[in-house]
Each structure stands twice: as structure tokens, then as C-alpha cells.
Design a protein around this ligand. Sequence first.
Ligand code: MG
Length: 164
Amino acid sequence: MISSAMQDAINVQIRDELYSAYLYLSMAAYFESASLPGFASWMRIQSQEEVTHAMKLFDFVNERGGRVTLHAIEQPPLEFESPRAVFETTYEHEQKVTGLIHNLYEVALEEKDYAAQVMLHWFIDEQVEEEDGVSQILDVLERVGDNDQGLLMLDRELGRRQAH
Ligand code: MG
């Protein structure tokens, strides 16, 4: 049986993962409106991945005999200055999420919840990949600068991302 402290902390993380999904969906909408369909598609897949993160936590709480509580999700930003600004926000957001996962792991240590620790190893690895992937795109965007041709090439490249 899951402890109430662990359950409550995971329920907050479910909200935070769903907020991430909402944020990236808002970014997808921005890219759609900016006629960058590859960027939009990349963000849509990113958003779907965040839903799967939330559902992993949702399933874990239920498997451990806990009760999922869904908290309110904040409205994400609607407008962004540029594709680069979007990825700067994404990078900062993922770094914040990494911190949240680490805090959650601290709770699992305090609660001596070994099953939660093992489950959270997946999230710790996932955050390394998230930060790395986003920072690579940000590097390219910094090099592209105001070059429209470069931006369109990157749009084509990002449009190749497959959901998994
Ligand atoms: Mg996530």
C-alpha cells in the first residue's frame, strides 16, 4: 500500500506532467499559426509523450492501492516571440521538471518506498534525454538566427519525428 505522503506527491506530479502536455500543445498551436508544420508536429508528439508520463504515474498510484486525485491545470502561455523563444521556454521547463522528479525521488527515499524509487528511475533517465534533445534543437536555432531558409530546413527535419 502506498503511503499518503507518496500518493499526494505523485498526484501533484500527474498534474505537472499534464501541464507539460498542455504547454507543448499550446506551442504546437503557435507553430500551426506561424505556418511551421514540422515544429507543430514535433510539439504535438511532445505533448502526447507528456500524457503518457502522467498515465505511468496514474497507473502506479492505482497499482499500489492509492487514489488518484486530479488537480486543476493552469492555462499555458498563448503567444511566443519566436521559435527560438519557444525552445528556450521548453528547455527551462524541462530543467524545472527534472527538479520536480528529483524532489519526488527524495519523497520516495524518505518514505522508504522502494517500488516508487524503481519506477522513478525511468523518469530520471527520461529527463536526461528530454534536456539533451531540447538543448540540441536550441543550439541549431541559435545558429539559424534570422535565416528563414535554415528555419524551414529545421521545420522539415523536426517534422520527421515519429511518435513512440
Ligand atoms: Mg514529462
